[in-house]
Design a protein around this ligand. Structure first.
Ligand code: HEC
Ligand code: HEC
Length: 319
């Protein structure tokens, strides 16, 4: 018996030492680099694309890259993602030293789809990747980034290096956070004549509403969004700009716990203005009103949500 306990003790000591060594290894490790594929694309710039790109950037990039002090996309500290470390979004203005003035269109496209920068550096999930957005929408974002819009004009404000947390290093070390594959086929835009398909495109591939509105960021299926656990059933824990925990809400058509009793007009008003039916308190950060989505686009999302299976999941609104 004594022998058995001795052996057990030795095993426990080995496990503790191994765990300690692994923890040390993880904390010393930096975010890995990956091979880069050169993409030869020159996004043609048209006024329509610049306008569409600005609209998309105002909803998809502004919240993280816009800096109130400079009035430009010079980056800021992301205080709303403390679990990932001390993270700074980058300067993505035209400046060729601290910004992305020297990146080719292909460099930007490859990075936005996969998360790999031209030097091979991988950016973990604190910068979301647009794996499924259409080629046309992505080209529009490029056209906007190249435009003379005041948000992106060359600015030399330098952002400090991000300091990823132990959690981030752990996730990249075990491969739970890794780059997305670059798409092997062209990605067409949706058929806007088909409302359900159009709404699906916006909710899953363009604005990615599902990523916040399903069960958890960690469990989402980013390749096949519809397979995400608790798809649109809410309850995903996130932090607002003050670092307070807040939960996404159930936006399936469940009548008791979702928005099954809302009219289409209620939905359009809530999504575009943040004002809820019954004059409840307005929607709070990080659910920014999508002021730049047209009523037709939000109506298409509503039509699509009618086809999503209702989930019975009561989420209490916090504070
Ligand atoms: C949730 C926050 C967030 C959003 C939204 C976001 N980014 Fe980022 N982005 C980051 C962070 C954080 C980094 C820097 C990561 C690092 O290297 O530490 C970054 C880095 C970048 C870089 C690399 C710049 C460089 O010099 O290393 C580019 C380019 C970029 N983002 C473009 C975009 C575009 C375009 C959009 C909108 C389509 C966007 N980002 C949306 C957080 C965000
Ligand atoms: C960054 C994460 C995030 C994204 C992206 C997001 N939401 Fe939300 N949403 C939230 C959070 C958090 C709440 C709860 C806000 C609150 O409690 O004030 C919310 C609330 C809502 C509500 C209110 C539901 C209710 O019962 O009151 C609706 C409707 C909604 N979102 C629709 C959408 C649509 C449509 C999209 C995409 C166009 C979207 N959301 C994208 C985080 C997000």
């Amino acid at each position: 018996m004594r022998k058995f306990f001795k052996a057990l003790l030795v095993i426990i000591i080995i496990i503790v030492i191994a765990a300690g060594a692994f923890a040390l290894y993880v904390s010393q490790r930096s975010i890995p680099k990956y091979p880069v594929q050169k993409i030869n694309i020159k996004a043609e710039v048209t006024p329509e694309r610049i306008a569409q790109g600005q609209k998309l950037a105002s909803m998809l990039c502004h919240s993280c890259h816009y800096n109130e002090n400079t009035g430009e996309f010079t980056g800021r500290e992301l205080t709303d993602a403390p679990q990932f470390g001390k993270i700074y979004s980058a300067n993505i203005t035209h400046d060729s030293i601290v910004g992305i003035g020297n990146w080719s269109d292909g460099d930007i496209i490859y990075f936005i789809r996969t998360g790999i920068k031209p030097d091979g550096q991988y950016v973990p999930p604190y910068m979301p990747k647009l794996t499924h957005i259409s080629d046309e929408d992505l080209n529009s974002i490029i056209a906007f980034l190249r435009s003379d819009n005041s948000w992106v004009k060359a600015n030399t404000t330098h952002m400090p290096e991000s300091k990823p947390s132990f959690l981030t290093n752990f996730l990249v070390t075990i491969g739970a956070a890794k780059p997305f594959d670059y798409p092997t086929h062209p990605i067409p835009g949706p058929d806007t004549g088909n409302k359900v398909e159009w709404g699906k495109y916006i909710a899953l591939y363009q604005m990615e509403c599902y990523s916040c509105h399903s069960k958890s960021f960690a469990k989402n299926n980013y390749y096949e969004p519809e397979k995400s656990p608790g798809f649109f059933g809410g309850g995903n824990e996130m932090y607002n700009i003050d670092g307070k925990e807040i939960h996404s809400l159930n936006i399936t058509m469940d009548k008791n716990t979702g928005i099954g009793n809302w009219t289409e007009a209620d939905f359009i008003k809530a999504v575009t203005t943040g004002i809820l039916p019954n004059n409840q308190p307005a929607l709070r950060d990080p659910m920014h009103p999508y002021v730049n989505l047209s009523d037709d686009e939000v109506s298409a999302i509503y039509a699509y949500l009618q086809t999503v299976p209702a989930v019975n999941n009561k989420v209490e609104r916090k504070f």
